[in-house]
Design a protein around this ligand. Structure first.
Ligand code: FE2
Length: 327
């Protein structure tokens, strides 16, 4: 299937994936997980929302937990390069006939809320309240030592269309998985704005749904350590997949599920991708090393379970890929 050409001058300038808003059913239970166990820092708290960040981040939050009756993802949020880019983004979505509105969001400047053509709620903003840099205040390092939010991965039922749309916005493909044969379809794609493997990845599947968010951590040792912590603090079954090394992205990884089922990845040691002539890497869907370089396949839950976006209905994927699933 056709790979999208990189758009070097997109209609507006997305800088990077920034933060995510998750609906959780029990804030105290979620805080025990994200703050006390994983070690994210609580920056602000209200009766029905908690704002957290990781040690490198100078922005107010990269994860917002909101009390909701059902688990869901409220939106994926991206930083743009200027206030003008927000107006350009609004014009772009309006011209496409897509829902868009400026909304009030605590701790942020002007925020544009849109719904993409596939039903995924997305926010763009330029300014957020700033906080003290903790990168070299090592006493603040807790849990997995999460350093910064790195990316989102979403289930896309119309995978090729999703890739093509985000390519229009300047997202650049770095790696992809494809069926073999002359008419092989792309079944997953990794696309970036910031210059590493991805800000946003797409996985063929029932959606739109959030597959996972990911925090970058300094080293595989941090991931081994959080495995020991989770295994000995009541979170054994919250470890869904890993630790291991991905073939795709080369990152060392662990996937964990929070008490509501939302999935987070811890992710270390991928590579840079900003060269103008950087070519996407292809992986066969039947290559066992693509998921985990050492060959272990992902469990069925990894291919089937995800977080819905609010009340957005989900659709079955246009096709089912012959992925390798753990027995
Ligand atoms: Fe990931």
């Amino acid at each position: 299937m056709p790979l999208p050409k990189h758009v070097f001058n997109p209609p507006f300038n997305v800088v990077r994936s920034s933060h995510v808003v998750l609906g959780v059913t029990d804030l105290a239970r979620s805080l025990a997980f994200y703050e006390e166990t994983l070690g994210l820092r609580v920056e602000d708290k209200t009766a029905d929302a908690v704002y957290l960040r990781a040690v490198e981040e100078r922005q107010h939050h990269s994860l917002v937990l909101k009390k909701t009756s059902k688990p869901s993802c409220e939106c994926l949020c991206f930083k743009v390069a200027s206030e003008e880019d927000l107006d350009k983004a609004a014009a772009f979505f309006a011209a496409k006939g897509l829902r868009n509105a400026f909304v009030e969001v605590p701790h942020q400047g002007r925020t544009l809320r849109v719904v993409d053509p596939f039903g995924m709620p997305v926010e763009f903003y330029f300014q957020m309240e700033k906080r003290e840099r903790l990168l070299q205040l090592y006493s603040h390092y807790k849990g997995v030592h999460a350093q910064r939010l790195d990316h989102f991965n979403v289930f896309a039922p119309e995978l090729q269309d999703a890739i093509d749309f985000y390519a229009l916005l300047g997202f650049r493909m770095t790696e992809y998985t494809e069926e073999d044969g002359a008419n092989g379809r792309i079944i997953a794609a990794w696309m970036h704005r910031k210059g590493n493997v991805h800000d946003l990845a797409f996985t063929n599947g029932k959606g739109p749904r959030l597959h996972h968010l990911a925090y970058w951590v300094p080293s595989p040792i941090n991931i081994i350590h959080i495995c020991d912590v989770m295994a000995s603090s009541g979170y054994l079954t919250n470890m869904e997949r890993g630790p291991g090394r991905h073939g795709i992205s080369n990152a060392f990884f662990l996937y964990v599920r929070d008490p509501d089922g939302h999935r987070t990845e811890f992710y270390a040691s991928d590579y840079q991708t900003m060269d103008p002539d950087h070519e996407p890497l292809r992986w066969s869907v039947r290559d066992p090393r693509r998921q985990t370089l050492w060959g272990q396949p992902a469990p069925r839950s990894w291919f089937e379970e995800g977080s819905v976006f609010g009340d957005q209905p989900v659709r079955e994927a246009l096709f089912k890929a012959d992925v390798i699933i753990a027995a």
